[in-house]
Design a protein around this ligand. Structure first.
Ligand SMILES: Nc1nc2c(ncn2[C@@H]2O[C@H](COP(=O)(O)OP(=O)(O)OP(=O)(O)O)[C@@H](O)[C@H]2O)c(=O)[nH]1
Ligand SMILES: [Mg+2]
Length: 361
């Protein structure tokens, strides 16, 4: 059929395929949720129903998009991670972002009444914005996830103390803000404990650690080591993690001998690999050894010598079409779970090797 004279306009559309062989993270964030939370009387500082609704919506997104390997959520935001080998929508940025944003928004509204049965939604309806960022190495991706979890921790400690001062201490917003200005994490822990008898470490994990969503598989029986089959996803991941030279990785020769950043006052329930959380009001110098990059969105990504090469070495060859289809089916059938656990240390990733290898066990 002959082209119409209008056809030329399609050339104004620009390709926006994301860099191949990089981890894609799509982060969505609730639009004007400060207002939205007020309108629906969300509990302060955390509303368990609102967080559960976010988690349920994230699970629905993962069910619809089996290419997502893991997601992490806190407050009104969620980060969805696509494996670096992902080819969904030819990795077109706007298609990936708009699909996640619209799927999440649709499910948030769909699930709303299950969590807020006596508060039907009225316009303006909840909506989310989204962005996609690519991370070239596994270290960068792990640092990204750590950054979001440290942020959760820092904000939650601040908010918990702020609202304790108001609700239990009788202060108004301005006085509570003044009281917290310039305080360090240890000061907030002290205020909570000595004035209100609150041990921050006993606060619910969902508030302190956020929510991780992933596919769960029954633990597979390990194949005999002598065969070529012994390159299981978990041994592959072990190679990758060992190559990253993480200080607390058991195969690392410096395990338990290399000093990590001194644990900051608020990090006692995080493993030694935890970058020291910084307070919004704290300067880097307040906590010795605290790495600035992990807490600042605009901070440069630390370079990790040799990671790319080593990561590449640990890669498995691309699966055959049939194997890939089987893998997809297994992912579609898998149970999607939500946990509130530490994702800064290596244990979470080692115990669930399939998340980062992208291969079902
Ligand atoms: N009370 C309460 N508020 C919450 C809860 N979760 C999220 N919020 C609100 O959502 C806000 C999320 O922060 P932002 O995303 O920076 O603020 P925003 O108003 O959504 O602004 P934009 O994202 O820029 O549109 C928080 O500051 C809170 O006001 C909750 O569990 N309880
Ligand atoms: Mg928001």
């Amino acid at each position: 059929m002959a082209n119409s004279k209008y056809e030329y306009v399609r050339f104004f559309e620009q390709p926006d395929n994301l860099l191949p062989n990089t981890w894609i993270v799509v982060r969505i964030d609730g639009r004007s949720f400060t207002k939205f939370a007020k309108k629906y009387n969300f509990g302060k500082p955390n509303d368990r129903r609102a967080l559960d609704l976010m988690n349920e919506s994230a699970k629905s997104v993962m069910k619809e998009l089996p290419d997502i390997v893991v997601a992490y959520g806190v407050s009104d935001e969620y980060s969805f991670v696509f494996h670096k080998s992902c080819t969904l929508f030819e990795r077109r940025k706007s298609k990936l972002v708009s699909t996640i944003v619209s799927t999440f928004s649709a499910y948030y509204i769909h699930h709303w009444l299950s969590f807020f049965p006596s508060s039907p939604l009225e316009p303006p309806l909840p909506t989310f914005d989204g962005r996609a960022v690519v991370y070239p190495s596994l270290q960068n991706l792990r640092d990204y996830m750590s950054w979001r979890q440290v942020d959760c921790h820092v904000n939650n400690l601040y908010n918990t103390t702020f609202w304790a001062l108001i609700k239990k201490g009788g202060l108004d917003n301005e006085d509570a803000e003044r009281e917290l200005a310039g305080t360090l994490a240890k000061d907030k822990n002290e205020i909570l404990f000595s004035r209100f008898g609150i041990n921050y470490n006993n606060e619910p994990e969902i508030f302190r650690k956020g929510s991780v969503v992933f596919r769960s598989y029954p633990t597979p029986t390990p194949p005999p080591k002598s065969t070529a089959e012994s390159l299981t996803p978990s041994s592959l991941l072990a190679t990758v993690l060992a190559d990253l030279n993480l200080p607390n990785f058991p195969n690392n020769p410096s395990f338990n001998t290399k000093s990590s950043a001194p644990p900051p006052p608020t990090s006692r329930d995080f493993p030694p690999a935890c970058p020291a959380p910084l307070e919004p009001t704290e300067k880097q110098g307040d906590i010795p050894g605290a790495p600035a990059p992990s807490t600042s969105p605009s901070a440069p990504i630390p370079s990790v010598a040799g990671v790319e090469g080593n990561e590449h070495e640990a890669e498995t060859p691309a699966p055959s079409k049939t194997a890939a289809q089987k893998d997809l089916k297994r992912r579609q059938r898998a149970r999607i779970v939500v946990e509130h656990v530490d994702i800064i240390g290596s244990a979470f990733w080692e115990e669930r090797a399939w998340i980062l290898t992208g291969r079902t066990p």
